[in-house]
Design a protein around this ligand. Structure first.
Ligand code: ADP
Ligand code: MG
Length: 303
């Protein structure tokens, strides 16, 4: 398992990461969520051993992760890290890129493995394409396949689907995470997009200004968001009587004491998001139908 013990880190004067203890068990997926600048990338880099820790320790099984002061070459064989800004060599093909770290001793085995990886990242038809001719999203998928090539024990992914368009994202996420589960690869995924991790993460760490705001399963965080920041990760919400109420928890009914005036309806696909005024405060809720502006509605909160 991965163990983080009492670490703190800063690039200059300000603390960027301060965490007491954190553990990721073998084969599990931890999602690290938080606003931009909350320290997600820095935490992944610390786990990777990119920086020296002024305080605390990080272990993978019995191996202590050490930074550049102790390692000539950053990183460990058992761990792969796909950075937010990944670098690939432009003039070689997708197949060559993925095969770079695979042994060429058994040619057939190597070829089979490359094909398996291309299938996972859905790039089978691009094996002979040079990296320079790929889109950003395709490059990101190559970077993922390259990281998986040697079956790491632990995989660190920083905003892994950020460049990939929505057409591909959904199936790619499922295919990647089911591969990780099948191979029992432990993974840590930093993201600000709930769809990247909700259906896949075993646990979630919520970072705020480098500190743990909460840690729990996706379900628990969703049903019991202790902080507006956490609710905002899941979707639109209101604060009513000091309670967090998601937009979909408010419904229009025939009669109620709770009366609001509709200000705007936004088409969202299978529902409309309605902006309304309740006691001069703005609220949002969902409705199956578009509602006329300035119409008065009776609401029910169903939490
Ligand atoms: P996130 O990935 O959650 O957006 P980061 O870990 O990239 O957050 O950044 C956390 C904080 O550390 C930010 O305030 C950022 O400006 C700062 N930071 C990140 N990288 C560096 C760096 N190399 N040198 C100095 N400050 C940095
Ligand atoms: Mg980042």
């Amino acid at each position: 398992m991965l163990q983080i013990k009492d670490i703190s880190f800063s690039y200059n004067v300000n603390k960027v990461i301060e965490l007491n203890s954190l553990q990721v068990n073998l084969g599990k997926t931890l999602a690290v969520i938080g606003e931009s600048g909350s320290g997600k990338s820095t935490l992944l880099k610390l786990i990777y051993g990119q920086y020296d820790l002024p305080k605390g320790e990080i272990f993978w099984k019995d191996t202590q992760i050490l930074g550049p002061a102790f390692n000539l070459v950053i990183g460990y064989d058992f761990m792969k890290y796909v950075a937010q800004e990944f670098e690939l060599m432009p003039y070689i093909t997708v197949q060559e890129t993925i095969g770079q770290y695979l042994s060429s001793f058994y040619k057939e085995k190597k070829q089979k493995r490359i094909e398996e990886l291309l299938k996972i990242v859905e790039l089978t038809n691009f094996s002979q394409t040079k990296i320079q001719f790929l889109s950003g999203g395709q490059k990101q998928r190559v970077a993922l396949a390259k990281a998986l090539a040697k079956e790491p024990e632990i995989l660190l992914l920083d905003e892994p689907f950020s460049h990939i368009d929505n057409f591909k994202k959904q199936s790619l996420r499922r295919s990647l995470f089911s591969y990780l589960k099948q191979k029992k690869i432990t993974s840590i995924v930093a993201t600000h997009d709930k769809d990247d991790v909700l259906g896949f993460a075993d646990n979630m760490l919520v970072l705020h200004k480098g500190k743990q705001l909460d840690y729990n399963t996706p379900q628990d965080l969703y049903h019991n968001p202790k902080h507006p920041l956490i609710a905002s990760f899941f979707g639109e919400y209101n604060i009513i009587d000091n309670k967090i109420v998601y937009a979909h928890q408010i419904k229009v009914i025939d009669k109620s004491e709770l009366k609001a005036k509709v200000k705007n309806s936004y088409f969202k696909g299978h529902y409309f998001l309605i902006e309304a005024e309740l006691d001069e405060e703005k609220i949002v809720f969902t409705s199956e139908y578009k509602l006329d502006n300035e119409r008065s509605v009776n609401l029910k909160i169903k939490t």
